[in-house]
Design a protein. Structure first.
Length: 243
């Protein structure tokens, strides 16, 4: 319920009580006036006439109605105060309920945020652990190779050992979405290649083709870790002169 509605109700109650007082006065007036108008002219001009008893009644209807009006106004005021108290009590309970819900929701969200952050951190640690676990065999080979007596090795053995370690490393990393970018002979792609120089093209069809890869690039799960640094062929409209 709205307090504005209660105020309007109280105002209309007071107007109704006031109307009752005015109605009593009008009733007395008409009871006196209409008998006079019904009299003949001779009767009205007679030396004397009997005054109706209603005219001699000195009792003021306002006096009879005043106690009832005051009592009704006091009752309406008491009812309005009671309704106000009830509304305030109901509103306070609703406010307390909403405040409690808000506090609970804020606490639940804070717990969720902390739990999500912890889960993301743990997921990152697990991913790092899986990556390193696949490199352990290659690390063991490097460790054994680093502690071999160099006087017992020839160059071919060294090269073969390094190639074996390289193969193991790339095989393990490939399981995690790791790829190399060797752009030689492919069209230049600015999202995966970095042009460091240009070279003249022999034909117009070779324009924009990668001639040489200076440094291999790397990609993991579609994300470029490092673009390949390349030399790009460029057609100038004429074949280059061969000395």
């Amino acid at each position: 319920m709205d307090r504005t509605w209660l105020t309007a109700l109280y105002t209309w109650t007071q107007r109704l009580l006031s109307f009752r007082v005015r109605r009593s006065k009008l009733s007395t007036f008409f009871r006196v006036w209409f008998p006079l108008t019904a009299m003949s002219d001779s009767a009205r001009h007679a030396p004397a006439f009997q005054v109706p008893e209603t005219m001699t009644d000195s009792t003021d209807p306002m006096q009879n109605e005043q106690p009832d009006t005051q009592a009704d106004g006091a009752a309406a005021s008491a009812a309005s105060d009671a309704l106000d108290a009830t509304l305030l009590s109901t509103e306070q309970r609703e406010i307390n309920t909403l405040n409690d819900r808000l506090l609970r929701t804020a606490a639940e969200y804070d717990n969720f945020r902390r739990r999500a952050a912890k889960e993301r951190q743990e997921a990152g640690w697990r991913a790092q652990g899986d990556l390193v676990r696949g490199l352990l065999d290659a690390i063991d080979d490097i460790t054994r190779f680093a502690h071999v007596d160099p006087t017992t090795l020839d160059s071919k053995t060294v090269v073969d050992g390094v190639l074996m370690v390289e193969k193991k490393l790339f095989k393990s990393l490939a399981g995690h979405g790791f790829e190399t970018i060797d752009a030689t002979g492919h069209p230049f792609d600015p999202t995966r290649h970095e042009a460091v120089s240009t070279a003249p093209a022999q034909r117009a069809e070779e324009d924009g083709i990668v001639a040489v890869t200076f440094q291999v690039g790397y990609v993991i799960n579609g994300h470029v870790l490092r673009p390949a640094r390349v030399v790009v062929k460029q057609w100038t409209g004429a074949a280059p002169l061969v000395s």
